[in-house]
Design a protein. Structure first.
Length: 230
């Protein structure tokens, strides 16, 4: 199983640091929840991992090999797959065609559809005709079809009804169970902690808590202090 490591990573926009001094690791088979208040730098951090945003300082290692100087495409080819905010589907393409864009093998499409019987029924429908929740399923399935080693998920719940989002959380757990390391950025903190093994809270551009998700979930005062940067 693969391991992603961040060593003293900082990201800047313009003249100021957005997030600084982050050291963490994500191992295949586990979910790490990255949570914190809005504007804390969570999205900027995972954008730096996938190559959307350059690092200011620090190192990013995949199985011990530095990747921070690689392009976004090269990182994706090495197995770092990024699901960005919003439902980035190609609406004029069918579900099958959307999955084919990333699938490494024909069997990868079949495996990606297994958690989503809803999509199997609409495999040849234009994706633009699907509901918002179904489109997010396509996004998840397309990422899984790419056979990631590390999956970065940024605010999957945006624009979704809570009941739809709760339908997707077990799928994220199943992806991790298949051996993929998942770094999950999510506004629904308790739901994210519920499927995570480890947790990192960022507040004010810095890590304010790092430990087990179970400890953080069990102690509301600790969570509150972490969100305040204490």
């Amino acid at each position: 199983m693969s391991t992603l490591e961040l060593q003293d990573v900082s990201v800047s926009h313009g003249a100021g640091a957005v997030i600084s001094g982050v050291t963490l690791s994500v191992t295949g088979g586990e979910v790490l929840a990255l949570v914190g208040p809005n504007g804390a730098g969570k999205s900027s951090l995972i954008e730096s991992i996938s190559g959307v945003t350059p690092l200011a300082t620090g190192r990013i290692l995949l199985d011990g090999e530095p990747v921070e100087r690689l392009s976004r495409v090269a990182r994706a080819r090495r197995g770092i797959v990024h699901i960005e905010q919003g439902r980035a589907v190609f609406p004029s393409l069918t579900v099958r065609e959307n999955l084919s864009l990333t699938a490494r093998t024909p069997t990868a499409i079949e495996a990606a559809l297994t958690p989503f019987p809803e999509l199997e029924k609409r495999i040849d429908s234009p994706t633009g005709l699907l509901s918002g929740g179904e489109q997010q399923m396509v996004v998840l399935a397309r990422a899984f079809a790419a056979e990631p080693r590390i999956l970065l998920i940024d605010e999957m719940s945006l624009g979704l009804a809570p009941v739809v989002f709760m339908r997707l959380m077990p799928v994220v757990s199943a992806i991790a169970d298949s051996g993929v390391g998942v770094l999950l950025v999510e506004q629904f903190t308790q739901l994210a902690l519920g499927i995570a093994r480890e947790a990192v809270v960022v507040a004010g551009g810095r890590v304010s808590f790092q430990g087990t998700a179970e400890d953080l979930q069990a102690d509301p005062d600790l969570l509150h202090r972490a969100y305040l940067g204490g």
